[in-house]
Design a protein around this ligand. Structure first.
Ligand code: NAD
Ligand code: MG
Length: 398
């Protein structure tokens, strides 16, 4: 029986993870659940799953949850704040940690799990984008095993040899006969829209993803293709890839979840329904396979599979992120922070859809122009994240 802590339990990935556990009750048990501030949902999950711990990042939410749990005769203990989250990620009883908090708040609890040498089921791509080399080095130093949950990276992982799978972050793609990694993306809801009409995109329109059901932030990131940009950076770190080894390809049907192109001409692809329970199940059971509840792909119900190159005029955020990726850690930490601020402002109807890229670019340029930049410790990365948010807030006010 493997004990799991789920960070981001009340979200979309949290729900899919619990669904996989429901299909495999003999193999996994929930040790702890963590979330930001949603007391109602957390109470419901605690009553159903009876974890030993529930963690709320928000202190008031933790107090309220504690009251509600007592009222419901539920024995789950409540911990609060960042310390509480780190505690349940690193507890000795825990075997694996699902890292599925959205955005930069995921970094410290995920890092706590890394430093405790856990198996990390990595959905929170932002933490890897923010900390890159630091994250990869810490995993090696503390013996943490990283399993990619992001569907593209999980697909790529499945198309690689065991040598690469067990050396994530340090593998040698060339020595494995790999020509390139093809990162596929649907292109989001506006792939065929008139570029001139994108100024008028509302949050409701941006969140309505054609193929996947996800949380609001990643849905907006999919519409701008910033998500693919963050995934490009994520792939660089996970697969130790050089710029020329990483390519982005639009594949509107989301049947293929990414591919690996070998030097002998072979291309390996991973396919499936667009359902996150497939990559989540593999990350939990690797190297074995377990049922996930996902229906088998029916090729007779499929129409054509098509592919096209991304048009960078339509997706300026994608180009910015690719540029940031090989500029350096300061650039990727900055663009990630800027994007979190600009997407939150867009979701709050304070910013136009097309201004997300403008803010991201301004902040990245401003950070890249700073004369003193330190990115070799967790503290310095968090400071860079903070400065970038201040810059982004200034840009928003103008
Ligand atoms: P979501 O918005 O549905 O859920 C986010 C979760 O994070 C919630 O449980 C929320 O309570 C928690 N949270 C928010 N702020 C927090 C804070 N300050 N402290 C602690 N917890 C906090 O998001 P999601 O779609 O489940 O995505 C989660 C992560 O997984 C993101 O990093 C996303 O990029 C990644 N991801 C998601 C999908 C998907 O299909 N949803 C696919 C690939 C990767
Ligand atoms: Mg993805």
């Amino acid at each position: 029986m493997q004990k799991i802590t789920i960070l981001g339990a009340t979200g979309s990935i949290g729900a899919s993870t619990l669904s996989v556990i429901e299909h495999n009750p003999e193999d996994f048990s929930v040790y702890a659940l963590a979330a930001g501030s949603n007391v109602e949902k957390m109470l419901e999950l605690c009553r159903m799953w009876r974890p030993q711990y529930a963690a709320m990042a928000d202190e008031n939410a933790a107090l309220e949850l504690e009251k509600q749990l007592q009222r419901n005769h539920c024995k789950t203990k409540v911990v609060a704040g960042i310390d509480g989250l780190c505690e349940i990620s690193s507890a000795p009883e825990v075997d694996m940690v699902m890292a599925a908090i959205v955005g930069s708040p995921g970094l410290l609890p995920t890092m706590a799990a890394v430093q405790a040498g856990k198996r990390i089921l990595l959905a929170n791509k932002e933490s890897l984008v923010m900390s890159g080399q630091f994250f990869i080095d810490a995993a090696k130093q503390y013996g943490a095993q990283i399993l990619p949950v992001d569907s593209e990276h999980n697909a790529i992982f499945q198309c690689l040899s065991q040598t690469v799978q067990t050396e994530l972050g340090h593998c040698d793609l060339e020595a494995e006969g790999i020509h390139s990694i093809l990162l596929t993306g649907s292109g989001g809801p506006f792939r065929y829209s008139d570029i001139g009409s994108l100024d008028a995109v509302t949050p409701e329109m941006a969140i309505a993803h054609p193929n996947w059901s996800m949380g609001p932030k990643i849905s907006v990131d999919s519409a701008t293709m910033m998500n693919k940009g963050l995934e490009f950076i994520e792939a660089k770190w996970l697969f130790n890839a050089k710029q020329e080894q990483l390519k982005v390809l639009i594949h509107p049907q989301s049947v293929i979840h990414s591919m690996v192109q070998y030097n002998d001409g072979s291309v390996l692809a991973q396919m499936g329904e667009p359902d996150m329970r497939t990559p989540i199940a593999l990350s939990m059971s690797y190297p074995k396979r377990i049922p996930s509840g996902v229906k088998p792909l029916d090729f007779t119900q499929m129409s054509e599979l098509t592919f096209l190159a991304p048009d960078m005029a339509r997706y300026p955020c994608l180009q910015l992120a690719i540029d940031a990726c090989y500029t350096g850690q300061h650039a990727t930490t900055a663009i990630n922070a800027a994007n979190e601020v600009s997407v939150a402002a867009f979701l709050n109807c304070e910013l136009k859809f097309t201004d997300i890229a403008r803010i991201n670019e301004k902040v990245m340029n401003k950070v890249c122009a700073l004369s003193t930049l330190n990115t070799d410790s967790l503290e310095s990365l968090l400071e860079l994240d903070r400065i970038s948010r201040v810059y982004a807030a200034e840009c928003l006010r103008r």
